[in-house]
Design a protein around this ligand. Structure first.
Ligand code: SF4
Ligand code: SF4
Length: 306
């Protein structure tokens, strides 16, 4: 366990006021809103739809006006960052525009199929766009021929590329890094696949070992372009972050499209925790509990743009 000393405190202070507020005043560091149940894809690994199936609820969504009210409520509490997810959040473009007016920082997590707009006259959202492998693998996982469209969106908006690593694409870590780098992404984040126990897409045994080895290799080759530290890999493997997960502590809150709070961004079940690869609690643990300097550096770069 890292030690709580002056140097470590300085490193955390350097992450800026939102981090301190979240610790000292219990203000959510960010709030994650699923804007819609709708999606223009049907991906093989989709955690959103598998977790939503548990709910057996009518898939209602907040209206634009209701979202504005909820956004203002959280902003008034002091939350600075909204992370907009789905389904596919760009199917509720008007709501994205309203979020930009209210929050100083908005991040949109998109599959990159719809052209990602610039909102003239406002601070632009930071986009996160998924790439899951080479053209063939990406399209196979995503269930549609979309790779070229996604790449042109990446070239135009320089988003952070996210890649969900699972048994369908673990051999393509180097390809993914190369694709993101060569197409002007701002950086690359790996999301280790999260699901219910026994899901065949989960990384285990030798496949997991190879994946870790390959991620370490691209971290050496691409340096700061990869937003993942060695400490984060250790934390992911040990699962020591799970009891301290920032969704469980309330430092980050997550909501379904109907406004109901959900267990966490990954879904609505504690059964997911044993196989969690969500980068958010992993990074938070490496930062707040391990005081890991390289994680501080990676996160500072990420938060500089938000
Ligand atoms: S784009 Fe995202 S929300 Fe839509 S099906 Fe794929 S993983 Fe699920
Ligand atoms: S699944 Fe992961 S992100 Fe969700 S509560 Fe469990 S540890 Fe946290």
């Amino acid at each position: 366990m890292g030690r709580f000393n002056v140097k470590n405190l300085k490193n955390i202070f350097s992450m800026g006021p939102p981090f301190l507020q979240s610790i000292v005043r219990s203000i959510p560091l960010y709030v994650n809103y699923d804007l819609t149940w709708q999606c223009n894809l049907k991906c093989k690994h989709c955690y959103f739809f598998s977790s939503a199936m548990e709910l057996k609820c009518k898939r209602t969504e907040l209206s634009d006006k209701e979202f504005i009210k909820v956004f203002k409520y959280h902003r008034n509490l002091g939350t600075r960052t909204a992370v907009l997810t789905g389904g596919e959040p760009t199917l509720r473009m008007e709501v994205i525009k309203e979020a930009i007016k209210i929050f100083p920082s908005v991040q949109v997590v998109s599959n990159g199929v719809i052209k990602l707009p610039r909102f003239n006259g406002y601070k632009q959202p930071k986009y996160w766009v998924s790439i899951d492998g080479t053209k063939e693998t990406h399209d196979k996982i995503r269930g549609a021929s979309i790779f070229d469209k996604v790449i042109s969106n990446i070239q135009e908006t320089n988003p952070i590329v996210t890649s969900t690593v699972m048994t369908l694409n673990y051999k393509e870590i180097e390809d993914i890094a190369k694709i993101a780098y060569n197409n002007d992404a701002f950086g690359l984040v790996f999301l280790m696949y999260t699901s219910y126990p026994d899901n065949p897409l989960l990384l285990k045994g030798n496949i997991l070992k190879k994946t870790i080895k390959d991620i370490l290799k691209v971290m050496r080759e691409y340096g700061d372009f990869i937003f993942y530290s060695k400490k984060m890999l250790e934390v992911y493997l040990s699962k020591e972050f799970v009891p301290y997960c920032v969704f469980k502590t309330g430092q980050i809150k997550s909501f379904f499209p109907d406004g109901k709070q959900k267990f966490c961004v990954m879904g609505n079940s504690p059964l997911l925790c044993d196989n969690c690869g969500c980068v958010v609690p992993i990074a938070a643990y490496a930062l707040f509990k391990k005081f890991d300097l390289s994680t501080v550096d990676k996160l500072r770069k990420l938060f500089d743009v938000t």
